[in-house]
Ligand binder design. Structure first.
Ligand code: DC
Length: 221
């Protein structure tokens, strides 16, 4: 089995790039951020104080998360309910960033993530895939772009959906999330020692997909 780990900060384009590369190569694409988001959503719905670590840890007993595929698209099932669309809000992003810093939450999701790579060729995206989840992945990519470029892309994306977007606020959120994700004690966001960094600041989407696909084809021979 071949495993490809793509890690990097929020908004670098990991999921859209990885999705296309996976389709082209016939691999399964797994978005691991969705799992942390599902836990975040659970905490929001239960009105849990996410800064109370013990409360979050005890609630893990009541959480069952599964990944299924519908038309080859990943769906995330939280306690029997498909929450794939609900987990895409800014509130869920912020909550996921906080709960993902708790080691017990990370341990809770580890075997689910690994189980996919045991049985399939996968491209898995996240923050710690190359460092912790799949340390033996044949290909490790650290995908990044400047915070300003990521905020510009996100602003455009929202505006295209007809949602008013505040560039300065988005930039502030991105910088804050980068800080949280890379300064936590457990599995902080950082390039694996044996990863290749791809900076997409000055690359178009198509160029980014081509770069990643080429890297995978070359390294997974
Ligand atoms: O990639 P994303 O924005 O959907 O991720 C949501 C949050 O989950 C993000 O703040 C970081 C965290 N995360 C993580 O800690 N480890 C992963 N493998 C994936 C995401």
């Amino acid at each position: 089995m071949i495993s490809v780990a793509i890690d990097g900060p929020a908004g670098a384009g990991k999921s859209s790039i990885a999705k296309l590369a996976a389709a082209e190569l016939g691999y399964i694409y797994i978005d691991t951020g969705a799992l942390y988001r599902a836990i975040g959503l659970f905490c929001i719905n239960q009105e849990l104080d996410i800064h109370n670590k013990n409360a979050v840890i005890s609630s893990l007993d009541q959480i069952k998360i599964n990944i299924t595929f519908k038309n080859k698209e990943q769906r995330v099932i939280l306690n029997g309910r498909d929450v794939s669309d609900e987990i895409r809000t800014e509130q869920v992003s912020r909550t996921a960033s906080v709960v993902s810093a708790i080691p017990e939450v990370r341990a809770f999701l580890l075997s689910l993530q690994r189980s996919f790579a045991e049985k399939n060729n996968v491209i898995m995206d996240g923050r710690d895939i190359g460092t912790v989840v799949l340390p033996n992945a044949q290909v490790k990519i650290f995908l990044t772009a400047s915070p300003e470029e990521r905020a510009t892309r996100r602003t455009k994306q929202l505006e295209e959906k007809g949602i008013t977007a505040d560039y300065e606020q988005i930039l502030k959120d991105i910088i804050e999330r980068d800080y949280n994700d890379s300064h936590r004690e457990t599995a902080p966001l950082k390039p694996a020692a044996d990863s290749v960094t791809v900076d997409t600041t000055n690359l178009s989407f198509e160029e980014s997909v081509a770069r990643i696909t080429k890297l995978i084809k070359e390294s997974a021979k």
